[in-house]
Design a protein around this ligand. Sequence first.
Ligand SMILES: C[S@@+](CC[C@H](N)C(=O)[O-])C[C@H]1O[C@@H](n2cnc3c(N)ncnc32)[C@H](O)[C@@H]1O
Ligand code: SF4
Ligand code: SF4
Length: 295
Amino acid sequence: MSKFAHITKIHPCFNEKIHDKVGRIHLPVALKCNIACKFCRRSIGKEACEQRPGVARAILKPEDVESYLKRMLDKYPNIKVVGIAGPGDSLFNKETFETLKIIDEKFPNLIKCISTNGLLLPKYYKTLADLNVKTVTVTVNAINPEILKEIVERVYYNKKIYKGIEGAEILIKNQLEGIRKAYDEDLIIKINTVLIPEINKEHVVEIAKELKDYAYIQNIIPLIPLYKMKNYRPPTCEELKKVREEAEKYLPQFRACAQCRADAVGLIKEKEELKNYFKEQNKELDVFEIKHFSH
Ligand SMILES: C[S@@+](CC[C@H](N)C(=O)[O-])C[C@H]1O[C@@H](n2cnc3c(N)ncnc32)[C@H](O)[C@@H]1O
Ligand code: SF4
Ligand code: SF4
């Protein structure tokens, strides 16, 4: 049995069999992002009605986390996992670490999970382990900079902006280093890969090969054509199936992802709750200070 079984057997996004039985909650505390993926359009506030990643009704402040989580746990006792999945990048926002600390102190029985583009993983893998985070999802869309530069326009790192191939090289180097180090700290790694048929269809299997010794599972998700990729086509079901089968020769595949919002609550089929919470608290729904680097 895997040394991670005590976590993976109850985490709905590491174990397809329980995906519709165990609940999770995403806390949308991470607003800013340090890279610019061409497919990513974040929508926050009143107009945020779509069911997809990068969408949140509002940004939750760490000071509201305890009361919001308490309420959601009362309402959805099936929640076992609390995650930070944006709407920006978890590791680029100090609120993420403040939130993880609160959860560790007040809700020690919940499994803590984050998702990240991995740029800052070499810097923070140890902090995450010390905060008792158990599962980390890293989005790796290419490990060849010539391919990644078609997906990521720019990277903000150490107070400088790197464009094109230069940015892609930094991102790949940090992702691979961060993933290896996180693995050595016993963090359980899931790799998210956005399948963009016109760009990385033939390459996705290389990602699985490269990471087979470090990742627990890979989650290949279809492109939702948005923003600067709105004219790119999403994969067909047949393409998605074929790429997953190829990649599965190297890494187990997760096939139940619903591409959830950054404020999703409960079982995967259940809908957002933050709106009701804010209404009851008489709080504004709009975002405070939208200042994010990329877009
Ligand atoms: C919004 S991001 C937040 C976490 C972190 N910044 C990251 O990229 O992993 C969550 C996931 O949504 C995916 N995503 C964002 N926009 C997407 C789109 N238009 N189509 C498919 N996946 C998308 C990202 O690639 C990532 O795996
Ligand atoms: S890393 Fe990419 S997908 Fe994630 S929030 Fe930033 S721009 Fe969006
Ligand atoms: S986005 Fe996918 S992996 Fe994340 S909570 Fe939703 S179903 Fe699970």
